[in-house]
Each structure stands twice: as structure tokens, then as C-alpha cells.
Ligand binder design. Sequence first.
Ligand code: SF4
Length: 273
Amino acid sequence: MKIEETRKPPSRILTATGGFLAGYSHSLNPYAGCSYGCSYCYVRKLPVAMFRGLEWGEWVHVKEGASERLRKELLSAKKKGPVTIFMSSSTDPYQPIEHRERLTRSLLETLAENPPEFLFVQTRSPLVVRDIDLFAQFGDNIRISVTIETDSDEMRKLFAPAAPPIAARFAALRKLSAAGLQTQAAVAPVLPSSDRFASKLAEVTERVCLDDYFQGDGSFGKRTEQLGIRAIYDQHGLSEWYSPKATAKVLERLQAVFRDDQIRLNQEGFAPS
Ligand code: SF4
């Protein structure tokens, strides 16, 4: 699919947080829009996506030159108190065009010059391993969380066909963990998976976060219901997976492999730690 690209310097790059990200002082979105266009992504119904004239997943906006802006805002934010940053809340910081744009990398370079108290990087792209050298400069004040909602690439194709293949995400997480970084697999949202999923995750990370539509979409499942995601389950004979009971089943499988302190649930999995 052709992705429409626009670009402009941002008027601001750090956004004060609240709600789901209340534990952070700021969120940081290098891009607006997201070419992965996951079916269940609730950002598609937020104002940022509603007035674009294009479907969610069909456009990406590059916040050109954002690292200069970040340098200034970081200095000013640090004067006001501890700075903890969630990157990113309404896009994936490793868009396919990040290969050439290197915008997220430039923001990381700026952050490394004047590190925040904590940085949480959330992505589903294997490109994230490119920046291991920069992540290493943040010591224990960073966590890299890679979304792996299932171990089935068939399910990935059903729910998020434009997102990177599952095997590549496992490989990326393995590499990040092997580099000594604090990592996490974000099983978010829980998608249908095999009974070997938990043990496969344990081979690549020491921490997992589990989240589902019913706790994680900010409206106890109403937003997901409005997106019509239930129909995908029903049409493919997966209806039993569209339920908090499916989350409980996956949790039980994780508990058989991970210690309790290695498992985070819902919002807690995205908190600064
Ligand atoms: S990668 Fe994240 S921001 Fe992008 S469409 Fe998927 S859920 Fe939404």
C-alpha cells in the first residue's frame, strides 16, 4: 500500500501526559500516523486520525528537525522536575521510513546528551536493534518493550497484516536482551496464540506485560467493540479468544514459565520501571 508522507517541523515535541501514561511526565512521538495500521489500534478513532481524509495506516507525518526542538524542551522540562518519557503513545517510533529518516535515532541522540530520569521505548519493529548502541548509554534508566501479541504469524496477518513478522520481533527482542538492556515483551493486546507461546517468550526476555481489549483500550472494551474487532474473531472461528477468559488462559501459561515479579498486567506493564 502507498503511504502518504507529509513533513513539517513540530511546534512542540514533548507532550505532558495523563490518563494511561500518568506515571510519565511526557510522551514523545517522532511521527504522527502509523503505517502499521493495526486493526485494533484505538488511535485510529482519536482526533489525530479522524480529520486526515485518509484511513489510519495510510499516512505518516514526519516531525522534521524535531531533535533541535527536543533539546530546548528537555532543558526547560528538567528545570521543572524529573523527566520520564514514554516513546511512543500514538505511533510506532520505528516506522518503515525510519530506515532513511533516522528521526527517532536523532531524538535518542539528543536524549542521550541530557538523559531523562527514565525512558520507555515501545515498538513492534525489528529496526529497534539498530539503536542498541544508544540505548546502552541510558544504563538502567531505559526499558525497551517489543509488542509480540501472539506467536502465530497467521494471527498477525489477520489482525495487523502490515506490521512486522512475529519471528523478526522475537529475534529483535532476543538481541536487545542479549545486549544487556532491560526489555519486555508486550503481549498487548492478547491475540490467539499457541500453548508454547510463554516458553518462546521466556527464551528472549525476562519480563512480559499482558494487556487486553477489556482493560487496555481505555474504555473497558467499548472502543474495541466500536472498531468492529469482534467480527474478525467471529468470522475465523476464534470467538472464544475475544474474552477476558482468553487473557486468563494466556496468563496461566505465562505463570507456568515466568515468576510473578516478571509478569506485569495492563497499565502496570507500561509504567516507568
Ligand atoms: S503499531 Fe501501534 S500505533 Fe501503529 S497502528 Fe499498531 S497499535 Fe497503532
